[in-house]
Ligand binder design. Structure first.
Ligand SMILES: Cc1cc2nc3c(=O)[nH]c(=O)nc-3n(C[C@H](O)[C@H](O)[C@H](O)COP(=O)(O)O)c2cc1C
Ligand code: SF4
Length: 521
């Protein structure tokens, strides 16, 4: 019988040398700097000078990733928990707030009945949370002239649960040979028809108008994690004008952008993309024990090869990234005027170890099939590869190329495309070594901006502390306990239950303990 893998915990790596040795033993490329740099010696405090977003230069090199909290009102408005989260985003010192949290562009597109909905009725609430964030940031960091804030726009597609926390109401881009069974898709009526897409696009255009009215600098048109627009990118088998060719599979994004521009809205646009994907995974039943599911293994995909049901995956070996189309897509984004692309991977619903590497899975999740640092390195190296392929921020690669070709200068302006600013993901599992790796990847041009997800729920000011004091506070560091995922999976609000004292006093804290005890987690 195969043995489950033995994992080395990051806090047991006491020095940078220990960390490096462990990384080397895994055979991955994950470089880091020797020390945490402070002040101007840190590459993390340098503004992103080349590209302005809504007239602002992003003031430093870390971003807050979008994170929903399952804690809005049932009409999509804000609550005290939402206000507090946005306040902490402001406290973090990050100069890019990439999306805040996923906001549904219409009520039936929610991933849970308490997700924010970006509609006219909730305008005041959305203005308020943005204002809280800006005010908090200003109080602590002085200026907001270099603070860029986006709202993430979404339709949850296959993962819609708009009315009941435990009832899926999926709407999909196409029938999927593995996911349909897992997520209760049983009828072609659940497939979005071409003639429903115009209305969907209007919702995105309307949401972008609201975002602009309440002061957001950009909207993120979410194309990641298996949600609706991400699924359209892999709609190879879908007939009609939104499926098949690359052009068709990316048509919705182009139509949304055209709609926003045609409406006279000047808001900037970002896209969060799962740059690569794998087939869905499941727990290895042969290694499952009571209360502990086995490590993740791929679902059987032998009946669906070549695999035409994912984006950014090798169709002949769908547990291997293929970045060809992701690179093509990011170039398309640049040509379409998208200012920021935030690269993520996979989906929390069907292959969480590639999406958010963790040592402790959520209570219903499989054990990690690999050292989570392998997952971190996979995402960091994918961004590096993409960045090398899409040129420089100010478009100078293309300019030089055209000059060399001796083309007339007036043609240059029409050919010149500025690539989007690239934000990277999956740094939280680095824990103590997050600043060291972040410094390396920014200093060496592997990524423009480092995005922080779970770490911010536990320790919002980790990088502000790093660049100000040269140290971080170990007791606040996210250890990837996954309670922020286990809680919502069990109908509760999200948050860092183990480390954020705000949640220890809540009734949900006790309930979560009981849920975990019941499943033996
Ligand atoms: C509680 C929670 C909520 C999340 N909500 C969103 C979301 O609304 N939109 C999104 O694009 N990603 C969401 N994510 C994914 C994160 O943005 C991020 O990609 C992921 O946690 C990996 O980054 P990390 O290693 O820094 O945590 C969420 C993650 C968590 C843990
Ligand atoms: S619950 Fe806290 S420690 Fe656990 S993964 Fe979420 S943020 Fe990190």
């Amino acid at each position: 019988m195969p043995e489950p893998i033995r994992l080395t915990r990051v806090p047991s790596l006491k020095t940078v040398e220990d960390f490096r040795r462990h990384v080397a033993s895994l055979g991955i490329e994950l470089p880091c700097e020797d020390q945490i740099a402070t002040g101007n010696a840190s590459p993390l405090v340098r503004p992103v000078g080349e590209t302005a977003v809504n007239g602002k230069k992003i003031g430093n090199r870390w971003a807050i990733q979008p994170m929903e909290g399952w804690d809005g009102t049932t009409t999509g408005g804000v609550t005290d928990e939402v206000r507090r989260r946005w306040q902490r985003f402001g406290e973090s010192g990050a100069k890019l707030i990439y999306g805040g949290e996923a906001m549904a562009v219409r009520p039936d597109g929610r991933a849970n009945p308490n997700q924010l909905i970006i509609v006219e009725q909730n305008k005041k609430d959305l203005a308020e949370i943005r204002e809280i964030l800006v005010r908090t940031h200003k109080e602590r960091y002085g200026t907001t002239d270099d603070l860029v804030i986006g709202f993430q726009l979404t339709h949850s597609g296959r993962f819609c649960k708009p009315n009941d926390k435990f009832r899926m109401e999926p709407r999909v881009a196409y029938r999927h040979p593995i996911l349909d069974r897992k997520f209760k898709v049983a009828s072609d009526e659940q497939v979005f028809a071409d003639d429903e897409i115009g209305r969907l696009i209007e919702c995105y255009v309307g949401a972008a108008r609201i975002a602009w009215d309440v002061g957001a600098d950009f909207v993120d048109i979410k194309h990641c994690h298996g949600y609706l627009l991400h699924e359209f990118l892999s709609a190879h088998t879908r007939p009609g004008k939104y499926g098949g060719s690359f052009e068709n599979r990316t048509r919705i994004l182009r139509e949304i952008i055209a709609g926003i521009r045609a409406s006279g809205n000047k808001i900037e646009i970002g896209v969060r993309l799962s740059a690569f994907d794998f087939v869905p995974f499941k727990p290895d039943a042969s290694l499952s024990q009571p209360g502990k599911l086995g490590p993740g293994i791929p679902e059987d995909f032998s009946h669906c090869l070549p695999y035409h049901y994912g984006f950014g995956v090798n169709p002949d070996n769908p547990v291997e990234p293929d970045l060809t189309e992701a690179i093509q897509f990011i170039k398309l984004c640049g040509e379409s005027g998208v200012k920021i692309v935030n690269l993520s991977a996979g989906s929390p619903y069907y292959n969480p170890h590639i999406q958010r590497p963790a040592i402790y899975p959520p209570s219903d999740g499989y054990q990690p099939p690999e050292d989570p640092l392998i997952g971190v390195a996979r995402q960091i190296n994918a961004v590096r590869q993409v960045k090398q392929s899409v040129g420089k921020l100010n478009g100078s690669n293309r300019l030089n190329e055209l000059n060399e070709l001796n083309e007339a200068r007036q043609d240059v302006s029409t050919h010149l495309t500025t690539r989007p600013i690239l934000v990277g993901t999956a740094y939280s599992y680095l824990q103590e070594y997050l600043p060291h790796v972040a410094q390396y990847v920014v200093r060496n041009g592997w990524v423009d901006i480092v995005g922080l997800g779970r770490m911010v729920l536990a320790y919002p000011t980790i990088l502000a502390d790093a660049v100000e004091k040269g140290t971080v506070i170990p007791k606040f560091i996210c250890r990837t306990f996954s309670d922020c995922t286990t809680a919502p999976r069990n109908g509760m609000i999200s948050g860092c239950y183990p480390l954020d004292r705000y949640y220890t006093t809540k009734p949900e804290f006790q309930k979560l303990k009981e849920v975990k005890k019941a499943v033996g987690a």
